[in-house]
Design a protein around this ligand. Sequence first.
Ligand SMILES: Cc1ncc(COP(=O)(O)O)c(C=O)c1O
Length: 382
Amino acid sequence: MSKIRSESAVVILARAQALEAQGRPVINLGIGAPDFRTPDNIVEAGRQALADGWHGYTPAKGIAELREAVVEDLHRLHGASVSADNLLVVPGGKPTMFFAMLMLGEPGIEIMYPDPGFPIYASMVGFSGATPVPIQVEESTGFSIDPDKVLSQITDRTRLLILNSPGNPTGGVIGREEMDALVAGLADHPDVYLMSDEIYSRIVFGDAEFVSAVEYEEIIDRLILLNGWSKNWAMPGWRLGWGLWPNSLIEGAETLQINANSCANAAAQVAAIEALQGPQDSVAEMRNAYEKRTSYIADALDALPGISCPRPRGAFYIFPNISGTGLGSDEFQDRLLDEADLAVVSGTSFGAHGEGHIRISCAASMGELEEGVARIERFLSG
Ligand SMILES: Cc1ncc(COP(=O)(O)O)c(C=O)c1O
């Protein structure tokens, strides 16, 4: 237990709430949850499911109709032909990574993960006893990956490589060229599993193309695909996600599910079918709002002295470089909250390579973002 970590975004959120309770007008741009409500048609499907008696356990892997709906979606969007037998519906995105680490992590092996990246990767790798090997996600690549560099970090002890696109906290999207090169290089490392965290898959901006790892048939026997409903359909509190597992791991993952959860929430599973098969206009509206907000705030911050802000290509975060202000990331985060009542998250919360950056979540209203920019401007000039 001494090796497991929490998410610092949660810690800063608690500090922001404590200040708010003292009557301070805090604006919170730290949270990584959509500010939208779940679309009405999905809520109605969940309500109806409860009225219809979806009160019992479902099969551990999830109800068949939902798993088929996910398989159809992967076929329609990515031309993938995968089997519903390899799908495990779980309570959120996190259980898939938890199960992967429990099955693959152990002392003596290495697990590579993006840094800066979602903090739970490093936490879980450490918890499993495996050696964490950070892959530096660099601003110079638009926060994508450099496939040659990643491949050069693989050793005889590497068992799992984690990727995340669109990425938290950077908004980076891994392009087709990079994925092609990475997958081609993985042919020389047949024992390395890939876990691709695609939880922001429907939140991609402008001409950026989302490339799913499921498009690469040659690695399907060692691919763990992680996705879910929390971000794309604004359903984080419903706790629903899925993992696509290779034949060698699906049985173990199912057994872990039986031990940990029995199954995912039944009514939420029914609602998730509606999310996949019902109208998608709300998804497009949310995506457009995130794009408008992230580009507004990236431009506004870019104009401030000491800050440069690359435009994100997906997800709903921006990850400005604040090193020109002369402040370290932790100090910037702490002082911004204490002196300007604005909560953002230090880049170091996402790994050592996040130093020099802060993460701002654009899952907030335009009014809050405008006020946030004004507070940063005042903070820097004061
Ligand atoms: C990259 C990434 N993966 C997974 C998750 C976990 O999602 P869930 O809330 O569905 O467990 C998050 C949530 O912030 C995330 O940012």
